[in-house]
Design a protein around this ligand. Structure first.
Ligand SMILES: NC(=O)c1ccc[n+]([C@@H]2O[C@H](COP(=O)([O-])OP(=O)(O)OC[C@H]3O[C@@H](n4cnc5c(N)ncnc54)[C@H](O)[C@@H]3O)[C@@H](O)[C@H]2O)c1
Ligand SMILES: O=C(O)C[C@H](O)C(=O)O
Ligand SMILES: [Mg+2]
Length: 603
């Protein structure tokens, strides 16, 4: 089960790169300059002359036709010269300049934009996704030039059912929704959080091949409690405190009803909601609508795959997972999501109920170790609170260093949003870990909020650790030709496959079994050889391939549960009869790939 045969991603890419096969036509309902101003259809100077005639474009472009390959090369040249010209400038200036050049292309010509994104995903993911997307959100009101996605505000109450029809696409498959209340580890950024749904959906296109004409980033602007933004005269969102309680929920309810009325088969991914609403909305909608919460459920699956990988990295059988001592730092939506899923996994492995398998997990929040002595404990964290008699020598609220020194855990996993809390002392204490290969997971985003840097982890905790971070770090040079491998433990390895697999299955809800299948698929993706080198997750360059595998696992789980209703012409019967390989092939075939399609005008 752990040696999944690899797929020839590079040959797939090579064969499709600038292929000469003629792609199917694309219907367009506009003509002339309107097409040039629509990034879905625009080809810039790439419109062939016959198409210019058909679509009323003759004379609106310089006469020379430039091929897709030439346009691609020209963009990459300008990108590389921007890199050269900004050398030596502060990181934030360089990153924002890179984001701007990519964003301008996104706004002008989506086909070319997604092609450069897919082909250069390792370089560009850190720009359109974490960490730069965090900087973009922080500066969004100033960076704003053109709208992208939809904005539903508290002022739109009662109007959403009609507003949703303002979106120009007939069909929407994937929606990423935020209320901006917990953007990465940056806190409440109000309407400026729209950058997150945009970045997540870019990953959907790049990794899952969701057609960019069928994605919709959404901001639910219910106000902000960020004083600085409320005082900022350029702030683009509602200048009022956040709605709370029933008022808040009635806005989300109305949005969900509106979406599923217009697009009954869409999938809504909740992203970066503060914890109380993350859990509440998940419980409220998960049996009624096709939705999931990525921070709770996607993160959990990725973390669990990494935790199982660390067991393999120690050369132990997976069944040894039940003996690992795991300290989770951060009792928010992500940390609790991870604990819930990890405990389900241990319970299945040990054949015991969940209550009986919690001993190995330890949870800390901003007030230290969470025990049953805690007054005002958050109900969501309560099930993980320790009995003091089970943590002898530790007290309620024990600090992280006390906990690490006392427990000598196998794994230290941070989802606290607090940069640097795995400090030198804590990391040095991990040298005493009971594991032969202690694991340090600094999963908070963006980079500044990571619990530690990769370099510090290897320097202080030792060279034999396994390291993962939520945002990318360079591998660490350990000297003598040795390399400390940096893994990116980010939910991007799962959410695209969860969305795509669900979509193609036609399931109306997303169950725990489907999510578990996604996580297991990721866990089994790496070979023993790779795991021995501390490589727990695939390279981001392979993201389309891992997404196809994860998508197939999710689809098959939906089939097994009798939830798959089919998609397009492929009905539930056909899905049921597909082998695993056929399912992966089916998923791969359904991935959109950016090439210029002949445009056919229809009134
Ligand atoms: N790598 C990934 O895929 C991934 C996925 C989801 C979230 N995250 C990151 O995880 C972080 C937390 O997200 P969340 O949704 O759980 O946030 P949250 O606000 O719901 O929870 C944060 C938790 O951290 C605790 N905390 C704060 N300061 C602390 C300290 N000094 N010591 C210990 N605990 C402390 C808080 O008490 C709270 O329990 C964010 O930075 C986010 O970007 C990463
Ligand atoms: O956005 C990411 O990079 C991961 C995660 O969803 C987060 O909130 O940090
Ligand atoms: Mg998130």
């Amino acid at each position: 089960m752990w040696n999944v045969a690899r797929f020839a991603t590079s040959s797939l890419r090579r064969s499709r790169r600038f292929s000469t096969a003629i792609p199917g036509p694309c219907i367009v309902h506009k003509r002339g300059a309107d097409i040039l101003h629509d990034p879905w259809f625009n080809k810039d100077t790439g419109f062939p002359l016959t198409e210019r005639d058909r679509l009323g474009l003759r004379g609106l472009l310089p006469p020379r036709v430039i091929s897709f390959e030439q346009q691609y090369a020209r963009f990459m040249e300008s990108y590389r010269s921007l890199e050269k010209n900004t050398q030596g400038q502060p990181n934030s200036v360089v990153s924002l300049a890179k984001w701007r050049i990519l964003n301008r292309l996104h706004d002008r010509n989506e086909t070319l934009y997604y092609r450069v994104l897919i082909d250069n995903i390792k370089d560009f993911a850190p720009i359109i996704y974490t960490p730069t997307v965090g900087l973009v959100c922080q500066n969004y009101s100033g960076l704003f030039r053109r709208p992208r996605g939809m904005y539903f505000s508290a002022k739109d109450k009662g109007e959403m059912m009609s507003m949703i029809y303002n979106w120009p696409a007939q069909q929407v498959d994937m929606i990423v929704l935020t209320d901006g209340s917990r953007i990465l580890g940056l806190g409440d950024l109000g309407v400026q959080g729209i950058g997150i749904p945009i970045g997540k959906l870019d990953m959907y296109v790049a990794a899952a091949g969701i057609n960019p004409q069928r994605i919709l980033p959404v901001m639910l602007d219910v106000g902000t409690n960020n004083e600085k933004l409320l005082e900022d005269r350029l702030y683009l969102g509602l200048r009022q405190p956040r709605l709370e309680g029933e008022e808040y929920l009635s806005i989300v309810d109305e949005f969900m009803e509106a979406v599923f009325t217009r697009w009954p088969k869409a999938i809504v991914q909740f992203e970066d909601f503060q914890m109380k609403w993350a859990f509440e909305t998940l419980q409220r909608y998960r049996k009624r609508f096709c939705m999931f919460n990525d921070d709770v459920q996607g993160t959990a699956g990725v973390a669990l795959a990494g935790l199982l990988g660390t067991v393999r990295a120690q050369g132990r059988p997976l069944s040894d997972f039940v003996n690992q001592k795991i300290v989770v730092v951060g009792a928010g939506s992500a940390g609790l999501g991870v604990l819930n899923m990890a405990i389900q996994a241990v319970s299945r492995m040990a054949g015991k109920n969940e209550a009986a398998v919690k001993n190995q997990f330890f949870l800390l929040d901003k007030d230290g170790l969470i025990t049953k002595e805690r007054t005002n404990i958050d109900p969501a964290a309560a099930p993980f609170a320790k009995d003091l008699k089970d943590v002898e020598g530790l007290r309620e609220g024990a600090s992280l260093i006390e906990v690490v020194k006392k427990l000598k855990p196998h794994v230290l996993l941070g989802l606290s949003g607090v940069g640097g809390i795995f400090n030198e002392e804590v990391l040095k204490a991990m040298r005493e870990s009971e594991s032969t290969k202690p694991a340090i997971f600094a999963m908070s985003n963006p980079t500044m909020n990571a619990e530690c840097t990769a370099a510090d982890a290897f320097k202080y905790a030792g060279e034999n650790i396994v390291f993962a971070s939520g945002s990318p770090f360079e591998n660490v040079d350990l000297g003598n030709g040795k390399v400390g491998h940096v893994n990116q433990a980010n939910n991007m390895y799962l959410f695209p496959g969860i969305g795509l697999g669900t979509l193609l299955s036609g399931a109306r809800i997303i169950t725990d079994e489907m999510l578990q299948a996604a996580s297991e698929c990721l866990a089994s993706y790496m070979t023993d050889e790779e795991i021995q080198k501390g490589i727990l997750y695939p390279s981001v360059n392979n993201i389309r391939h891992i997404t196809a595998e994860v998508g197939a696992a999710v689809l098959r789980a939906a089939v097994a549960e009798g939830l798959a209703e089919g998609y397009g012409d492929v009905g539930p019967r056909e899905l049921r009869h597909m082998s695993k390989e056929e399912t992966v092939e089916y998923i791969t075939r359904n991935m959109w790939f950016p090439v210029y399609s002949p445009l056919v005008h229809e009134k």
